[in-house]
Design a protein. Sequence first.
Length: 228
Amino acid sequence: MNQELTSVVDHFNPETPMAVEFRRLVSRLQYKRADTPMSPILLTSAQHSEGKTTTASFLAVTLAHQSDKSVAIVDLDLHRPRIHHMFGLPLKNGCTELIQGAGDAESVSKPTGLPNLSVVTAGTMVRSPASLFEPELIEQLLKKLTARFDVVLLDSPPLLPVSDTMVIAPLAASVLYVVMAGKTPRDVVIRGRELLEDVNAKLTGVVLNNSKGVLPYYYNYKYYGYSN
Ligand SMILES: Nc1ncnc2c1ncn2[C@@H]1O[C@H](COP(=O)(O)OP(=O)(O)OP(=O)(O)O)[C@@H](O)[C@H]1O
Ligand SMILES: [Mg+2]
Protein backbone atom coordinates (compact mmCIF):
# COMPACT_ATOMS: atom_id res chain seq x y z
CA MET A 1 0.00 0.00 0.00
CA ASN A 2 2.75 2.44 0.94
CA GLN A 3 4.43 1.94 -2.41
CA GLU A 4 1.72 4.19 -3.87
CA LEU A 5 2.56 7.01 -1.49
CA THR A 6 4.93 9.70 -2.64
CA SER A 7 7.43 11.62 -0.59
CA VAL A 8 8.53 15.26 -0.50
CA VAL A 9 12.06 13.90 -0.94
CA ASP A 10 11.14 12.95 -4.53
CA HIS A 11 9.42 16.25 -5.23
CA PHE A 12 12.13 18.50 -3.85
CA ASN A 13 13.77 20.40 -6.69
CA PRO A 14 16.81 22.35 -5.50
CA GLU A 15 16.50 24.74 -8.47
CA THR A 16 13.10 26.17 -7.52
CA PRO A 17 12.54 29.55 -5.82
CA MET A 18 11.05 27.65 -2.88
CA ALA A 19 14.28 25.68 -2.42
CA VAL A 20 16.22 28.96 -2.48
CA GLU A 21 14.03 30.28 0.33
CA PHE A 22 14.63 27.14 2.40
CA ARG A 23 18.39 27.44 1.93
CA ARG A 24 18.11 31.04 3.12
CA LEU A 25 16.19 29.84 6.16
CA VAL A 26 18.92 27.29 6.96
CA SER A 27 21.61 29.98 6.63
CA ARG A 28 19.76 32.34 8.93
CA LEU A 29 19.18 29.58 11.45
CA GLN A 30 22.85 28.59 11.45
CA TYR A 31 23.96 32.22 11.69
CA LYS A 32 21.56 33.04 14.52
CA ARG A 33 22.62 30.08 16.60
CA ALA A 34 26.27 29.99 15.63
CA ASP A 35 27.49 29.93 19.25
CA THR A 36 24.84 27.66 20.74
CA PRO A 37 23.29 24.35 19.68
CA MET A 38 20.34 24.89 17.35
CA SER A 39 18.83 21.41 17.77
CA PRO A 40 16.19 20.34 18.66
CA ILE A 41 14.38 22.85 16.46
CA LEU A 42 10.66 23.22 17.11
CA LEU A 43 8.25 24.47 14.44
CA THR A 44 4.96 25.75 15.69
CA SER A 45 2.27 28.33 14.99
CA ALA A 46 -0.64 29.98 16.71
CA GLN A 47 -3.40 28.10 14.93
CA HIS A 48 -4.19 25.28 12.52
CA SER A 49 -3.09 25.10 8.90
CA GLU A 50 -0.41 27.77 8.90
CA GLY A 51 2.15 25.54 7.22
CA LYS A 52 4.10 24.03 10.13
CA THR A 53 4.23 20.51 8.68
CA THR A 54 5.01 21.69 5.15
CA THR A 55 7.76 24.02 6.39
CA ALA A 56 9.23 21.39 8.72
CA SER A 57 9.30 18.80 5.93
CA PHE A 58 11.04 20.98 3.36
CA LEU A 59 13.41 22.36 5.99
CA ALA A 60 14.38 18.80 6.92
CA VAL A 61 15.05 17.88 3.29
CA THR A 62 17.06 21.08 2.78
CA LEU A 63 19.16 20.45 5.90
CA ALA A 64 19.82 16.88 4.77
CA HIS A 65 20.82 18.04 1.28
CA GLN A 66 23.12 20.74 2.59
CA SER A 67 25.27 18.71 4.94
CA ASP A 68 26.14 15.18 5.84
CA LYS A 69 24.83 15.61 9.37
CA SER A 70 22.19 13.13 10.44
CA VAL A 71 18.80 14.83 10.43
CA ALA A 72 15.51 13.56 11.89
CA ILE A 73 12.09 15.03 11.36
CA VAL A 74 9.81 14.11 14.23
CA ASP A 75 6.01 14.32 14.27
CA LEU A 76 4.97 15.57 17.69
CA ASP A 77 1.51 16.51 16.49
CA LEU A 78 -0.25 13.50 17.98
CA HIS A 79 -3.66 15.12 17.36
CA ARG A 80 -3.38 15.59 13.58
CA PRO A 81 -0.24 13.72 12.51
CA ARG A 82 0.79 14.49 8.93
CA ILE A 83 4.53 13.97 8.62
CA HIS A 84 4.06 10.31 7.59
CA HIS A 85 1.90 11.53 4.67
CA MET A 86 4.56 14.01 3.61
CA PHE A 87 7.16 11.24 3.39
CA GLY A 88 4.88 8.41 2.23
CA LEU A 89 5.41 6.34 5.36
CA PRO A 90 3.20 4.34 7.74
CA LEU A 91 2.02 6.16 10.85
CA LYS A 92 2.66 3.45 13.45
CA ASN A 93 5.84 2.87 15.45
CA GLY A 94 6.99 6.39 16.21
CA CYS A 95 6.76 8.97 18.98
CA THR A 96 3.96 7.29 20.92
CA GLU A 97 5.96 4.09 21.14
CA LEU A 98 9.16 5.96 22.03
CA ILE A 99 7.42 7.95 24.76
CA GLN A 100 5.87 4.76 26.13
CA GLY A 101 9.27 3.07 26.20
CA ALA A 102 8.49 0.55 23.46
CA GLY A 103 11.59 0.97 21.30
CA ASP A 104 14.54 3.29 20.94
CA ALA A 105 15.41 6.13 18.56
CA GLU A 106 16.98 3.70 16.12
CA SER A 107 14.10 1.23 15.98
CA VAL A 108 11.43 3.90 15.41
CA SER A 109 13.37 5.81 12.73
CA LYS A 110 12.14 5.34 9.19
CA PRO A 111 14.33 5.86 6.12
CA THR A 112 13.47 8.49 3.50
CA GLY A 113 15.66 7.79 0.48
CA LEU A 114 18.11 10.46 1.61
CA PRO A 115 20.84 8.61 3.51
CA ASN A 116 21.14 11.21 6.28
CA LEU A 117 17.42 11.98 6.72
CA SER A 118 15.15 9.88 8.93
CA VAL A 119 11.54 10.29 9.97
CA VAL A 120 10.05 9.56 13.36
CA THR A 121 6.32 9.43 12.71
CA ALA A 122 3.71 10.23 15.37
CA GLY A 123 3.14 6.55 16.06
CA THR A 124 0.00 4.76 17.10
CA MET A 125 -2.85 7.22 17.73
CA VAL A 126 -3.93 7.45 21.36
CA ARG A 127 -7.25 8.58 22.73
CA SER A 128 -5.72 11.34 24.84
CA PRO A 129 -2.45 12.64 23.36
CA ALA A 130 -2.21 15.30 26.10
CA SER A 131 -1.55 12.51 28.62
CA LEU A 132 1.79 11.83 26.88
CA PHE A 133 2.86 15.45 27.14
CA GLU A 134 4.33 15.29 30.62
CA PRO A 135 7.52 17.39 30.75
CA GLU A 136 9.65 14.46 32.00
CA LEU A 137 8.38 12.17 29.24
CA ILE A 138 9.05 14.73 26.51
CA GLU A 139 12.45 15.54 27.98
CA GLN A 140 13.37 11.86 27.85
CA LEU A 141 12.08 11.61 24.28
CA LEU A 142 14.18 14.56 23.16
CA LYS A 143 17.25 13.19 24.94
CA LYS A 144 16.93 9.92 23.04
CA LEU A 145 16.50 11.72 19.72
CA THR A 146 19.30 14.26 20.17
CA ALA A 147 21.66 11.47 21.26
CA ARG A 148 21.02 9.69 17.95
CA PHE A 149 20.71 12.58 15.45
CA ASP A 150 22.80 15.71 14.87
CA VAL A 151 19.74 17.79 13.97
CA VAL A 152 16.24 17.06 15.26
CA LEU A 153 13.29 18.95 13.77
CA LEU A 154 10.03 18.80 15.71
CA ASP A 155 6.65 19.33 14.06
CA SER A 156 3.99 20.23 16.61
CA PRO A 157 0.34 21.14 17.13
CA PRO A 158 -0.74 24.79 17.10
CA LEU A 159 -0.31 26.76 20.32
CA LEU A 160 -3.79 28.17 20.85
CA PRO A 161 -6.08 25.11 20.60
CA VAL A 162 -3.98 22.63 22.63
CA SER A 163 -1.31 22.82 25.33
CA ASP A 164 1.10 20.12 24.06
CA THR A 165 3.48 22.58 22.40
CA MET A 166 3.82 24.54 25.66
CA VAL A 167 5.49 21.42 27.07
CA ILE A 168 7.85 20.98 24.12
CA ALA A 169 8.79 24.65 23.62
CA PRO A 170 10.99 25.19 26.73
CA LEU A 171 12.95 22.03 25.86
CA ALA A 172 13.77 23.10 22.30
CA ALA A 173 17.07 24.84 21.51
CA SER A 174 15.38 26.92 18.79
CA VAL A 175 11.78 27.72 18.03
CA LEU A 176 10.60 28.76 14.57
CA TYR A 177 7.22 30.44 14.66
CA VAL A 178 5.27 29.89 11.43
CA VAL A 179 2.76 32.55 10.39
CA MET A 180 0.48 32.21 7.37
CA ALA A 181 0.75 35.59 5.72
CA GLY A 182 -2.55 37.27 4.95
CA LYS A 183 -4.53 34.76 6.99
CA THR A 184 -3.59 34.73 10.65
CA PRO A 185 -5.01 37.78 12.45
CA ARG A 186 -2.45 40.00 14.17
CA ASP A 187 -3.89 39.46 17.67
CA VAL A 188 -3.72 35.69 17.17
CA VAL A 189 -0.05 35.92 16.12
CA ILE A 190 0.69 38.04 19.19
CA ARG A 191 -1.17 35.64 21.52
CA GLY A 192 0.82 32.69 20.20
CA ARG A 193 4.08 34.56 20.70
CA GLU A 194 3.04 35.45 24.25
CA LEU A 195 2.44 31.78 25.01
CA LEU A 196 5.96 30.98 23.80
CA GLU A 197 7.36 33.79 25.93
CA ASP A 198 5.42 32.50 28.96
CA VAL A 199 7.51 29.32 28.89
CA ASN A 200 10.79 31.09 28.05
CA ALA A 201 10.97 29.47 24.63
CA LYS A 202 14.04 30.37 22.58
CA LEU A 203 12.19 32.05 19.74
CA THR A 204 14.79 32.10 16.98
CA GLY A 205 12.69 33.41 14.12
CA VAL A 206 9.41 33.75 12.31
CA VAL A 207 8.72 31.90 9.06
CA LEU A 208 6.31 33.95 6.98
CA ASN A 209 4.52 31.33 4.92
CA ASN A 210 2.68 32.04 1.69
CA SER A 211 4.11 35.54 1.33
CA LYS A 212 3.66 35.10 -2.44
CA GLY A 213 -0.08 35.39 -2.04
CA VAL A 214 0.24 38.57 -0.06
CA LEU A 215 3.30 40.20 -1.58
CA PRO A 216 3.33 39.07 -5.23
CA TYR A 217 6.34 41.20 -6.22
CA TYR A 218 8.47 39.55 -3.56
CA TYR A 219 8.76 36.34 -5.53
CA ASN A 220 8.99 37.97 -8.92
CA TYR A 221 12.22 36.41 -10.03
CA LYS A 222 12.31 38.47 -13.22
CA TYR A 223 12.31 41.51 -11.02
CA TYR A 224 15.26 40.13 -9.11
CA GLY A 225 16.98 38.99 -12.28
CA TYR A 226 16.94 35.28 -11.49
CA SER A 227 15.13 34.11 -14.59
CA ASN A 228 16.59 33.98 -18.07
N1 LIG B 1 2.92 28.29 1.08
C1 LIG B 1 1.88 27.52 0.82
N2 LIG B 1 1.24 27.64 -0.35
C2 LIG B 1 0.17 26.87 -0.64
N3 LIG B 1 -0.33 25.93 0.19
C3 LIG B 1 0.27 25.77 1.37
C4 LIG B 1 1.42 26.53 1.74
N4 LIG B 1 1.80 26.13 2.99
C5 LIG B 1 0.95 25.15 3.35
N5 LIG B 1 0.04 24.94 2.38
C6 LIG B 1 -1.08 23.97 2.43
O1 LIG B 1 -1.89 24.33 3.53
C7 LIG B 1 -2.36 23.17 4.21
C8 LIG B 1 -1.88 23.20 5.66
O2 LIG B 1 -0.47 23.10 5.67
P1 LIG B 1 0.26 22.30 6.81
O3 LIG B 1 -0.34 20.97 7.00
O4 LIG B 1 1.71 22.39 6.52
O5 LIG B 1 -0.10 23.26 8.03
P2 LIG B 1 -0.02 22.96 9.58
O6 LIG B 1 0.23 24.28 10.23
O7 LIG B 1 0.95 21.89 9.83
O8 LIG B 1 -1.50 22.48 9.87
P3 LIG B 1 -2.02 21.72 11.20
O9 LIG B 1 -2.17 22.80 12.23
O10 LIG B 1 -3.33 21.13 10.77
O11 LIG B 1 -1.01 20.71 11.57
C9 LIG B 1 -1.81 21.97 3.43
O12 LIG B 1 -2.77 21.53 2.54
C10 LIG B 1 -0.62 22.54 2.69
O13 LIG B 1 -0.35 21.84 1.50
MG1 LIG C 1 0.76 20.09 10.88
